[in-house]
Design a protein around this ligand. Sequence first.
Ligand SMILES: [Zn+2]
Length: 254
Amino acid sequence: MVVAMYDAWWGSSTYPMAYRFPPSTSSAPGHFVGPKLSSIIRGGSWFWPNARSEVLVEIQSRLLEVSIGEVDQPVWGTRSGVFSSAETWEELREKKPEVEWYGVVWFSATIPKHAFFLWLAFQDAITTREKMCRWGYTGDILCLFCRFKQESLTHLFFQCNFSRKIWRSIMADCKVLDPPDDWDLIVKWSSAGMKGKNLHSTARKLCFTATVYNLWMQRNCLVHGRNPKTEEALLSKIRWEVKSMILYKFPQNC
Ligand SMILES: [Zn+2]
């Protein structure tokens, strides 16, 4: 059943008639129109009362665009006119320009928990102690790995002595011998240098995301008083996670 006032059926409109003529306004045609679209069609023609207001004149002129010779059936308001979850999502979502680091986070071989964490990090949404200070936090600000410098994204993941060894060891596996160690530089470096779907590019992205994620997990072990991994154990875990995904995605190359 197509509802005359609340379904988007008229002309080339993608909105219901009630949006243009809200029922609460005195000019709304609701009191002329029954609930069904069929209530204003008789014998294959439009059946409207005489147009005694500007509203009805506008409606009736726009209805000239609508052919009523076709079968009366609801259709999806997507580009193809049939249901598709992808097209429906495209219609509903708020669209913004694509960010430069999109491909570093979201790619076919991505490990979801790693990708989600890096997505948060790229949006400055990781609650490091440096970020908490910006919110007014006045407690302990020191890095839990070295207890020497303030905990920031740059220090925690790349410049702390503990993290630096992990980061450079994992990047060396990818033949990157002198990776950047500043967060802002890394955002640009990874966005520009990790494009593509080939094995080499995918391995770099997996190594980057796995390193950042596992260092954060290591940091959380210290925050919550759990036993942290040794440097060797942490390196082994990162390498195992990356290798497992590469074996799955590129079995012909392994
Ligand atoms: Zn540190």
